[in-house]
Design a protein. Structure first.
Length: 367
């Protein structure tokens, strides 16, 4: 299944990379923008960029519902936006001019899972995808300038969702949700009794799965993750079993033999309604959004204990901007947590006429 990327023509790649870096030589006055997929009041799927004052800079229409986005290094005002499964599109968006610059399509036998990440040197784009007829998750490697596929290898499981590059710059960590799906039955989960989720580490140089770690229950679908600068990985799960069962939904991993569950009382687990979405970590504070439970949950990464929650209707995306945690909502709310006391203070930035989806990304916007 592997296409050998060593056969890729290095010379042309270096020329393309040099051309791609040229905008970095231009002088820009920049500020941080938030990018999120969303819907307008009429239900149109869009991607939006929002400035530091909470105002919409621009939106673009998407062919279907999107999921996550990815900042483009050295391209201020631009981001990649990925489709939610089982769609096959991704787009490069110029939010300065409100237009799509490039359309990307998955290969004929796969579809996107909504997430991507760049290699450390910016030369490659890695995306999680589903080789659906073979019931196998894959990581697809594309040239980061042309978006041409140059390699693909196993994700180490079924249903790979969010992925991140580890601090060593050579290892990917992948949340394999374990759920089998097929485009002919778009949102149906086909293997809930036999699903096998895991957190997998993959060597980007060889495509080899270095290690994988399963959660304590096979119906705990690991979907989202975040990586701290010291290499600690934090994950959020979505439980696919009976509603009456309460399981830990937040885990960490940093070299242990097993995933380390965060503890919370039954009342808090019930309030999470078996579903987590975005995660961000700041020092020893982990924030996890709980859309179905309409709150933000906070966890101590030193003690692996739940701390407290803040009510936030239809909590969705999370992002870190200049040390502050930002949170969005499916109701159109955009809030920021107090930098010095995030557990005590949360302030409204704006309420916008859009319904935010599950993730937000910080990009460099042009003033």
């Amino acid at each position: 299944m592997t296409i050998n990327r060593r056969q890729f023509i290095l010379g042309s790649s270096q020329v393309a990379l040099a051309a791609w870096l040229l905008p970095a030589c231009t002088t820009y006055q920049t500020e941080q923008w938030l990018v999120s997929t969303c819907n307008d009041p009429q239900g149109q799927s869009m991607a939006a960029a929002i400035n530091s004052q909470g105002q919409i800079v621009n939106t673009v229409k998407l062919p279907d519902r999107g999921h996550d986005s990815l900042a483009l290094p050295h391209k201020p005002g631009h981001a990649l936006v990925f489709a939610r499964r089982p769609q096959r599109f991704a787009v490069e968006v110029d939010f300065i001019n409100g237009q799509i610059n490039h359309n990307i399509e998955s290969q004929w036998d796969s579809h996107f899972y909504g997430h991507g990440v760049f290699s450390k040197n910016g030369e490659y784009l890695y995306t999680t995808e589903n080789l659906y007829d073979k019931q196998q998750g894959i990581i697809v490697v594309r040239d980061a300038q042309t978006y041409q596929v140059i390699d693909r290898f196993t994700s180490g499981g079924i249903g790979p969702h969010e992925l991140a590059l580890m601090p060593d710059g050579e290892t990917l960590v992948v949340a394999n949700g374990g759920i089998e799906t097929h485009p002919e039955q778009p949102r149906k989960k086909l293997n809930l009794d036999t699903m096998q989720p895991n957190l997998a580490y993959i060597d980007t140089r060889t495509g080899k799965v270095l290690a994988s770690y399963a959660p304590p229950d096979n119906q705990l679908s690991i979907r989202h993750l975040t990586v701290r600068e010291d290499g600690a990985v934090f994950t959020g799960a979505q439980y696919q079993g009976p509603k009456s069962n309460m399981h830990p939904l937040v885990f960490s991993h940093q070299g242990e033999d097993t995933l380390q569950a965060f503890s919370a009382d039954t009342s808090q687990l019930y309030k999470m309604q078996q579903y987590t979405s975005s995660l961000v970590v700041k020092d020893s504070l982990l924030c996890v959004s709980c859309p179905r439970g309409s709150h933000l949950s906070f966890w101590d990464t030193n003690t692996h204990q739940f701390i407290e929650k803040q009510n936030f209707s239809d909590a969705s995306g999370l992002a870190l901007s200049k040390g502050r945690i930002l949170a969005s909502s499916g109701k159109g709310y955009l809030k920021k947590l107090d930098e010095s006391a995030p557990l005590k203070g949360i302030a409204n930035i704006n309420t916008l006429p859009i319904m935010f989806d599950n993730h937000m990304t910080i990009i460099e916007g042009v003033v």
